[in-house]
Design a protein around this ligand. Structure first.
Ligand code: GLN
Length: 264
């Protein structure tokens, strides 16, 4: 089995270490003898590169880089990218990426950046005098079918851990939140929601990177990408994630969420 992983603007949208999500997906696939071809989806990518993709990763960026990306992600490229999401290609989009998948992002400086309008959400940076949303975040995943699938996989409610670093605040319209904040800011530090979930796209403010901190989400993305491509049910046998479990339990204790430490 083989997967084509599309990586959104790796150079421009790589400020906050989300390349770790690409590495995590690639490794966890390889450990199961699944070949992964990583395809940069950026200014230099030919148009056809945007069609045949099985899995997408989009990282975070500063406001300036987001503006450069949106100047490029227009027309036929934008249409192909939207078609991937609408065709339920699984993906994980962090911080600056979901802001661009929404209707618009108003940065701290300069003009509003019109988004792709794939996610019914808007994002606004309240200005440099406002506190930046920085710190550890923990949230219970509530969006379905992701939450149900992960509860079955884990045998307990799925709680994700990450690290936030954003100035923009995101407000959801008619789209599922990804989850409910247990500690941290989440989308805007006001409504208690974190991220968004649409078709098979996970949108989140959680860097970390997200997937090595929550390997079960990586496995879910890989399984869904294989199921979509090969039209068959895929259920991975577990990998020894003891190190990740120990790190998670340390974080749960540090965040006064020790009751969430998993023994599984
Ligand atoms: N520049 C955006 C903001 O400040 C996104 C930041 C990020 O991707 N971490 O909200």
């Amino acid at each position: 089995m083989q997967l084509k992983l599309g990586w959104l603007y790796p150079t421009l949208m790589g400020t906050y270490g989300d390349r770790g999500n690409v590495i995590c997906l690639e490794k966890r696939a390889q450990w199961r003898d699944i070949e992964v071809e990583i395809i940069p989806l950026d200014k230099e990518a030919p148009l056809e590169a945007w069609s045949d993709i099985d899995l997408i990763v989009g990282g975070g960026a500063q406001d300036r880089q987001q503006e450069i990306v949106m100047r490029d992600l227009q027309g036929a490229k934008a249409a192909k990218f939207k078609a991937l999401i609408e065709d339920a290609v699984p993906g994980v989009f962090t911080c600056g990426s979901p802001q661009l998948l929404g209707k618009y992002y108003e940065p701290a400086l300069g003009q509003r950046i019109e988004g792709l309008g794939i996610l019914d959400l808007v994002s606004k940076h309240p200005g440099f005098e406002a506190k930046r949303c920085i710190g550890n975040v923990a949230f219970e995943i509530t969006a379905n079918p992701l939450a149900d699938d992960l509860t079955k996989k884990l045998g307990q409610k799925p709680v994700a851990l990450g690290f936030e670093n954003h100035g923009g605040r995101t407000y959801l319209g008619d789209v599922q939140p990804l989850g409910k904040v247990l500690t941290g800011y989440g989308n805007n530090g006001e409504d208690g929601w974190e991220g968004a979930f649409y078709k098979m796209a996970i949108a989140t403010y959680a860097h970390g990177p997200l997937l090595p901190k929550n390997p079960f989400i990586a496995d879910w993305l890989l399984e869904k990408a294989l199921e979509r491509k090969y039209q068959q049910t895929v259920e991975f046998s577990p990998i020894d994630d003891n190190l990740a479990k120990q790190a998670r339990n340390t974080m749960f204790k540090r965040l006064d969420l020790a009751e969430l430490s998993s023994t599984a």
